[in-house]
Design a protein around this ligand. Structure first.
Ligand code: HEM
Length: 461
């Protein structure tokens, strides 16, 4: 049977309800399909299969629920930008409310707008420039603690480093003592993430606490304790130093348990969004550099020539162009935010299709960034794809590691600066080599983590 014919038969199955026109896709309900064919724990296989089989847009059902998967820039633009008002965050994001509460990632409408406006000044360009010296100071502290020849899990190191950076820059708090405790509690939650997302009635079960969820609640309590200690320390000092936490406190003073909880939700959201993503981006970047000797040499040459013997500063960032391209290419191949989802409020049209309200729309940076139609020889690591000429040539919405539209990442400029400064500062002294035989596999949790960590050997340069 030709693929086109097969698609049209499959489509007929879904055209039962008059008026709706569904894209091609699975005939059978995904619950059946997932059990037969895919490891449900890795949705990237499913997304890749949908893209390979059905192309730009695919449809399937999970129970009574309609889901469409998009893999074309025009459709992606429609949902994230043009028709953005018709969409809210989908169920798995809603599920993260169990940890994040009502912060900027999970909130909608007027609450979201107010939270975004409050936080915005902390992410302005001039403001971010002031964070540079703290970023470099924390990185120097780490690079001086490393020893030549030792093998380290670089992904754990990057997590600790970026946690400290977010705490000090945005929340004016030195977490030094608590960073390991916090990272361990967050790791515990990440380990439970797939289980939490799949579990029916998880929000309700949290109160009953079966074994897996008891571990979740314990880890969340540990994170909350650190966050509340931070908030209380700020309240005691009674002095506005202009940190993000001060801005949040000024916008909504803490005078009752509900406002205290609301502040906790906002703080924890920025914390998690701001450190996990950057840490993973850096871990994947070190890995990719270690596998591509020529790019690594070019990167080292740039790092050596621009800042000279002293540590890099904010003025050096625009000159570290190749370093920035290395990060951009790493975000293409291993995007920390590997997928995004939306939920339709009303019926909507996408190209030739007409879909019902309550449809879930899924988009995967991981899949679109590796599509040969948009990136030639897509699995090759090539930072020169991000030269100014190539950038101009590229179609919009084929590369979107920071999302797009009104929910685009608020921390994007922060992340670029932090990434460039951390890479350059560490590479002035160290060359990182993957420990032979170490298994490297991406694990799509809330962010794309290296499943077995990133064991690397430190060689002094
Ligand atoms: C490489 C690093 C990063 C990546 C790849 C990344 C990616 C993303 C993406 C894709 C979204 C949009 C999600 C959606 O539309 O569903 C997002 C939103 C967000 N990011 Fe980032 N991010 C990074 C760094 C940061 C940093 C450093 C911060 C803060 C310090 C941050 C804070 C946020 C927040 C608060 C949102 C929610 C924005 C909103 O909904 O209005 N991110 N990020």
């Amino acid at each position: 049977m030709s693929t086109a014919l097969q698609h049209s038969r499959e489509r007929e199955v879904f055209q039962k309800k008059p008026g709706y026109r569904f894209p091609p896709g699975f005939q059978r309900n995904l619950l059946w399909f997932a059990l037969r064919k895919f490891r449900p724990a890795n949705p990237i296989f499913l997304f890749q299969h949908l893209a390979d089989t059905y192309g730009d847009i695919a449809h399937y059902k999970l129970g009574h629920h309609h889901i469409v998967f998009l893999n074309h820039p025009d459709y992606i633009r429609e949902v994230l930008v043009a028709q953005n008002d018709n969409f809210i965050k989908e169920r798995t994001v809603q599920r993260t409310k169990m940890l994040l509460g009502e912060g900027m990632i999970t909130s909608e409408g007027s609450i979201h707008r107010a939270q975004r406006m409050t936080a915005q000044p902390a992410f302005h360009r001039q403001r971010i420039a002031q964070y540079a010296s703290v970023i470099v100071e924390e990185t120097v502290r780490m690079r001086e603690s490393w020893r030549a020849g030792e093998q380290r899990d670089i992904s754990a190191d990057m997590m600790h480093l970026t946690l400290n950076v977010v705490a000090r820059t945005l929340f004016a708090t030195d977490l030094r003592e608590e960073v390991c405790e916090l990272a361990a509690a967050i790791n515990r939650i990440m380990g439970l993430y797939n289980f939490l997302v799949m579990l029916p009635l998880a929000e309700w079960l949290v109160h009953v606490r079966p074994p897996g969820l008891a571990a979740f609640v314990r880890a969340r309590n540990r994170i909350d304790a650190v966050v509340f200690r931070m908030i209380d320390a700020h309240l005691r000092k009674r002095r506005d130093e202009g940190s993000l936490l001060d801005m949040m406190l000024a916008a909504s003073p803490v005078d009752n348990p509900e406002s205290r909880q609301a502040l906790r939700d906002q703080v924890i959201t920025i914390f998690l969004a701001g450190y996990e993503t950057v840490a993973n981006a850096l871990s994947w970047t070190w890995y990719l550099l270690s596998q591509n000797a020529q790019c690594e040499e070019k990167f080292h040459a740039e790092v050596d020539s621009v800042p000279g013997r002293s540590v890099p500063t904010v003025e050096d960032v625009p000159r570290l162009r190749y370093t920035e391209n290395v990060i951009a290419e790493s975000l293409r191949l291993y995007p920390p935010a590997w997928a995004m989802g939306r939920y339709a409020r009303n019926d909507f049209a996408l190209g030739d299709y007409f879909l019902p309200a309550r449809t879930t729309v899924l988009i995967s940076q991981f899949v679109t960034h590796r599509d040969p139609r948009f990136f030639r020889d897509p699995l090759r690591f090539d930072p020169d794809r991000f030269s100014p000429e190539e950038k101009v040539r590229r179609k919009k919405f084929t590369y979107f590691p920071f999302g797009a539209g009104t929910r685009q990442c608020i921390g994007e400029s922060f992340a670029w600066m932090e990434g460039v400064l951390i890479l350059a500062t560490l590479a002035q002294k160290w060359k990182l080599q993957l420990v032979p035989g170490h298994r490297v596999e991406p694990q799509p949790l809330i962010t794309l983590r290296p499943k077995y960590g990133m064991l690397m050997r430190l060689n002094e340069r």
